[in-house]
Each structure stands twice: as structure tokens, then as C-alpha cells.
Write a protein that binds this ligand. Structure first.
Ligand code: FE2
Length: 289
């Protein structure tokens, strides 16, 4: 196995989106801070309702997929297709904007903790204009793989080989024709635990640490602090260990698309002409037609 090292860190920056939801943006804070096929990763985490209560009122997307993973809290998704889905603690919403979707994501609580992530995953040119799709995944549908020493991996997307055999998540690229074959794992380590996770060598990969700190490449390796993304080098495995506190991170891996990216707000296409077309379609009410 060839262990992946850390190429560079992207600290999460405080920003806001939607109607004023406070969040930390790591990937996507600039055009250079991306990792093909991943465009953006936002973490929202607050016990103060004023940080999230405004939510994300009706807005469009075209050309990519948005994945919302709720750790704590309750949001309601509604879209132009008539989908209505409750996103509750531990659940995931996997939305393929394709040629166009208009949706809202609004908090269904006036107090308490709201914590989770939104990931933007690009689509290749040949799939950018496919029909919109939407899937709600409940917490109970997300399987767990265990590794020795107190390591637990929730497999939201992809597949992982563990001691007890292979564990496949509810989103599985090869069988669901998701050409980037995304791996989306939520990894928990007890303090001091160390594990080597297999990651497909064909994929670009990064981690985002959201509890505690981790070390990549042994206990004396490269430290990745809380609220940092670490872009990983090539290889087919990741050696990771927790520091003196329990740690938790997301691991995202996907096959690179290798095409030009032109983003304008919620539209991600391959050229400026396609962006102008998206804007025109949206103004004329034809984005989703
Ligand atoms: Fe959205």
C-alpha cells in the first residue's frame, strides 16, 4: 500500500450564505481551493438560532450535485419537482441539480443546535444537463464499518473494506451511474486510536476534521487541526491517528473529471457561454424545463 500524505491544508473560513446562515467554508473559498471533482465544502455549526434561522430560501442550481449531511438539527427541503423532505440528525440529502433545480432548505427549529455539512460535487459535461434528481437518506440507512482500536466509519457513499468485510453505502457510484464514484465517509476515532483506511488510487481525496485533531502518517506525522481540510497526495491508503482527544473527520474521495470549471454563484458549467445560457434560462423561467 502507498500511504497518502498531506499536500496542503485549507483552514475553514467564516462566511455566510443563503439568507445569512453562518458557516465555515474550506473547499470553494476561492477557485484555487477546489479538488476535482469537489467544488465546495461548508460546515455549519451553532447553538444560537440567529446563526441559522434565516435558512436558504428558494434558489436555483445547475450543473452539479449538492449533498447535505445533517449531524444535529432539522431542516425541510422543498423543490420545484414537488419533493418535500425532512432532513433530521444523521440524515443525508443527495440532490443532483443536473439541468436545473429550484429549492429551499429551511430550519424547522427555533432553538438548539444545528450542525452539518453541505458538499458540492461536480458533474462531467455530458451529465450537467441531465434531469434533476433527489434522494433522502435516513440515518438508519447509513451502514457502519468498524476497525480495531475504536474506529468507526459511517459509509454515506462508496464502499470500504473493513475487518468484517466490505461495507457499501446507500450512494454507490458504479451501480447508480455516478461517474465520479464518490466516497463519503464520516470517521470517528477514540483518542490515541490509529487506523489505515484503503482509498481507491484512482480518486482525488481530502479530509475535513470537525472534532479534535488528527495526524496523517503516524503519531509523529502531519497534524490536521479542527475545522481544516487536508488535501491528500496520491496513494491507495490513508494512515490517520487521533490526538489526546477523540477526533472525527469526513473523508471525501472521487474520480477527477478533468474539465474546465466556470462558476457563477449557484451555476457550475464548463464555459462562460453555458453560464450565460443558465442565467437566461433562469430569468425566463426555463432553467428546469
Ligand atoms: Fe441549494
Amino acid at each position: 500500500m502507498t500511504a497518502r500524505d498531506v499536500r496542503f491544508l485549507i483552514p475553514g473560513h467564516d462566511t455566510s450564505d443563503g439568507a445569512g446562515v453562518k458557516l465555515k467554508r474550506s473547499l470553494g473559498q476561492s477557485a484555487r481551493a477546489r479538488l476535482d471533482p469537489f467544488l465546495m465544502l461548508d460546515e455549519f455549526s451553532s447553538d444560537d438560532a440567529t446563526d441559522y434561522i434565516a435558512g436558504f430560501p428558494s434558489h436555483p442550481h445547475r450543473g452539479f450535485e449538492t449533498v447535505t449531511y445533517m449531524l444535529d438539527g432539522h431542516m425541510l427541503h422543498e423543490d420545484h419537482l414537488g419533493n418535500r423532505g425532512d432532513l433530521t440528525s444523521g440524515g443525508v440529502q443527495w440532490m443532483t441539480a443536473g439541468r436545473g433545480i429550484i429549492h429551499s432548505e429551511m430550519p424547522q427549529q427555533n432553538e438548539g443546535r444545528m450542525r452539518g455539512f453541505q458538499l458540492w460535487l461536480n458533474l462531467p459535461a455530458k451529465e450537467k444537463m441531465k434531469p434533476a434528481g433527489y434522494r433522502d437518506i435516513q440515518a438508519a440507512e447509513i451502514p457502519e464499518a468498524t476497525f480495531p482500536g475504536g474506529v468507526l466509519v459511517k459509509v454515506i457513499a462508496g464502499e470500504i473494506a473493513s475487518e468484517g468485510g466490505s461495507v457499501t453505502g446507500p450512494i454507490h457510484g458504479p451501480s447508480q451511474k455516478i461517474s465520479t464514484d464518490p466516497q463519503y465517509w464520516d470517521v470517528s476515532l477514540r483518542s490515541g486510536a490509529e487506523v489505515t483506511l484503503p482509498i481507491p488510487a484512482t480518486h482525488n481525496a481530502f479530509i475535513y476534521v470537525f472534532e479534535g485533531d488528527v495526524m496523517i502518517g503516524g503519531h509523529d506525522g502531519r497534524k490536521v487541526p479542527t475545522h481544516n481540510a487536508a488535501i491528500l497526495g496520491d496513494g491507495d491508503s490513508l494512515n490517520v491517528s487521533a490526538g489526546s482527544r477523540d477526533a472525527r473527520f469526513l473523508l471525501l474521495a472521487g474520480k477527477p473529471i478533468g474539465e474546465p470549471i466556470v462558476q457563477y454563484g449557484p451555476f457550475v458549467m464548463n464555459s462562460m457561454e453555458e453560464i450565460e445560457q443558465a442565467l437566461q434560462d433562469y430569468r425566463q423561467g426555463k432553467l428546469t424545463a
